[in-house]
Design a protein around this ligand. Sequence first.
Ligand SMILES: NC(=O)C1=CN([C@@H]2O[C@H](COP(=O)(O)OP(=O)(O)OC[C@H]3O[C@@H](n4cnc5c(N)ncnc54)[C@H](O)[C@@H]3O)[C@@H](O)[C@H]2O)[C@@H](O)CC1
Ligand SMILES: [K+]
Length: 530
Amino acid sequence: MISAWSAAAVRAAEEPLLAAGAPLMERASFALATHVLRDVAARRGPVRGARVVVLVGAGNNGGDALHAGAVLARRGLAVAAVLVAERFHAPGRRALERAGGRVVELFAAPAALDAVVDDAARADVVLDGLVGIGARGPLRGLAEEVVRAVSARVARRAGADVAAPWVVAVDVPSGIGVDDGTVPGPVLAADRTVTFGAAKPGLLLPPAAGMAGEVTVVDIGLELAAPPAVRRRGPADVARSWPVPGLADHKYTRGVVGVVAGTVTYPGAAVLTTTAAVRTGAGMVRYRGSEAVGRVVLAARPEVVTAPGRVQSWVVGPGVPGGPEASRAGEDDGLDDGQHERGRAGLAAASGRLAGTAGGPVPAVVDAGGLGLLDGLPDDRVPPWFVLTPHAGELTALLRSRGEDVRRPEVEAEPLRWARRAHELTGATVLLKGGVTVVVGPGVAYAQGDGPGWLATAGAGDVLAGVLGSMLAARSRDVVEEPALAAEVAATAVLVHGRAAHRANPGGPVAALDVAGAVPAEIAALLTGP
Ligand SMILES: NC(=O)C1=CN([C@@H]2O[C@H](COP(=O)(O)OP(=O)(O)OC[C@H]3O[C@@H](n4cnc5c(N)ncnc54)[C@H](O)[C@@H]3O)[C@@H](O)[C@H]2O)[C@@H](O)CC1
Ligand SMILES: [K+]
């Protein structure tokens, strides 16, 4: 697991150490230089003579970069530091110059910008030390100009198939929203971010996570007591929490998943969801949608049963028409084969608020058309063991149906903020699908970036719903009893789903059914370890 803390939490953890005279900047800059040397050696072979351009801002982030530049210069690399502000970390500058590095005072001669950009574009490494956790808003002034110009040049060179410099961000890519993961202005996309003390939320959260490259956390001795702001589950977390069946288990103790998905016109989603649930290890899968779709499901998956009976989780909505807006407008009624009614019954049972429900509440995955059914439940709010799985468009519709005047681009610009708002408004755990998927539950947030871009394909969401339904069924009672557990399970499902996509066809396109097909081997690999 990677845990990320806000800028304020990191500063608070630094304070007592700095007061005690701990050499935090030395630790940070030395580790930074070590990672740069390792990368240069891997990419280029000899490190001597490699060209490094260091972009230096006014604060301690620039200080880190200058001190790292000094270490690199002592190792024989050709280091040029570009100062964008009149104020700079003076001891860092002295260290760099003593080590033989060159300093360009861009703030004093802005006309040198073109030459600086040329140097940066031709360098082996660009170190981005413009701003760190002290950043306020989008980059301004010369920092903004340099980043705009270098980004444009680097993109052109990469497009022209000329070796582009390896970009290493110091602590964070300068200009990202450190705490919220926004990208409010130009940011130089990094290949690696070396971050100090702890990861920052913006390194995990979309869209800024896409600018951070590979994130390396350097331990500088900070003790962070408060719970992290954002977490990312890793492969090792899966083995620790997976409910591996024992010899005494049987199909009912392992968890039965009830599924309402697909329509006669679009039965594929029902096949994908049930297949994924079966392949994730459900004790049993009950398809509880229409009879006609059930026949298609049975032809594809003979393991599935269609008889009624108890379930330990519900999956409602994949491939069922009508998100929040359509459902409110009463649209799609002719298209849904009666699935809305069945879905509503499943959700009412899962909430535990339906009189006469046998067996009490169980977790539910509410996807696609299921999201429009929430308004029809006896209560305005649903419990946290309901996991809503919208993409940005569906989340926008859900928020609008609950009175938020928000548009899809705003949701895409601040996924954590809006997923959290949907959690507040509905009470549910919210899993907002994307290249990096955000999950928000009571007091917890996860950001999972596990799958390849190829996973953005029709049916992938249906497979995720089946994987998650199966995992929730296996831990049904715990999930109902521990409010934050649904989010943890959901984040783990995203991880399994993303890694299964890599496994289905490493480096190339994937089809949704193939992702479901790769799930059993991926789970086995995660459980047996590297
Ligand atoms: N406190 C410490 O001793 C440590 C700090 N560390 C480093 O120090 C950084 C934090 O240093 P600071 O608090 O000095 O802050 P930063 O260096 O992150 O940036 C603050 C400076 O940047 C300028 N600035 C802020 N927003 C800007 C914007 N949007 N456009 C252009 N300029 C902007 C401000 O004028 C200010 O001078 C961390 O990110 C980390 O790299 C590490 O060395 C670890 C120890
Ligand atoms: K930076």
